[in-house]
Design a protein. Structure first.
Length: 183
């Protein structure tokens, strides 16, 4: 299977076509360019896109699956995060007219991209955008992750720590100290 990263609009038949391809992990890491080291690509990306030509528009509907290695925000352990995403873009030809005044975009206009006649559509920024949009903002390895002890830093998923009673019982509220002062 050959990895395709762009599609020429002139090559799209009027009745549309379906593209199925796979991007290896190294190519995907280059596209994502995560200099922060917050995650790494663990699996190749399996991509399926359907192109339609309603008039001068290009409608692109797709689906991809991949996997990332990412750190849990509670316990800091790396875990595998599968991503399966459906997306849609509508490409309009660029206009030679002066841009209109600014206006608020509607929900259906957020899927719109522009293309220049004769230029290919580069799929890499679209897929990169979809990966970033679908990554959780605060990833957790499990819903029941207990995280790290706020006092000694021990991973509470692995064993109980030897800290004060408030931390051993799982009462890591900052107000637990006030309960002791009241007594």
């Amino acid at each position: 299977m050959v990895a395709l990263y762009s599609v020429r609009i002139d090559d799209i038949p009027h009745d549309g076509f379906r593209l199925t391809t796979q991007w290896d992990s190294a190519a995907l890491e280059e596209i994502l360019d995560d200099s922060s080291g917050a995650f790494r690509v663990a699996e190749p990306l399996d991509l399926e896109i359907t192109f339609h030509l309603p008039g001068s528009q290009v409608m692109l509907e797709g689906h991809f699956k991949t996997g990332l290695e990412i750190a849990c925000v509670r316990c800091l352990k790396d875990f595998s995060l599968p991503l399966e995403v459906r997306f849609r873009y509508i490409f309009w030809p660029t206009s030679k007219e002066a841009p209109a005044e600014e206006k608020e975009l509607g929900a259906d206009e957020l899927e719109v991209q522009y293309y220049t006649q004769g230029e290919p559509i580069d799929l890499r920024p679209l897929i990169g955008e979809q990966i970033y949009l679908n990554m959780p903002q605060y990833p957790h390895c499990t819903d029941s992750c207990r995280g790290l002890c706020a006092q000694c830093g021990a991973n509470l998923n692995e064993a109980a720590c030897a800290c004060s009673d408030g931390f051993k019982t799982g009462d890591s509220s900052p107000f637990s100290v006030l309960k002791k002062l009241k007594k």
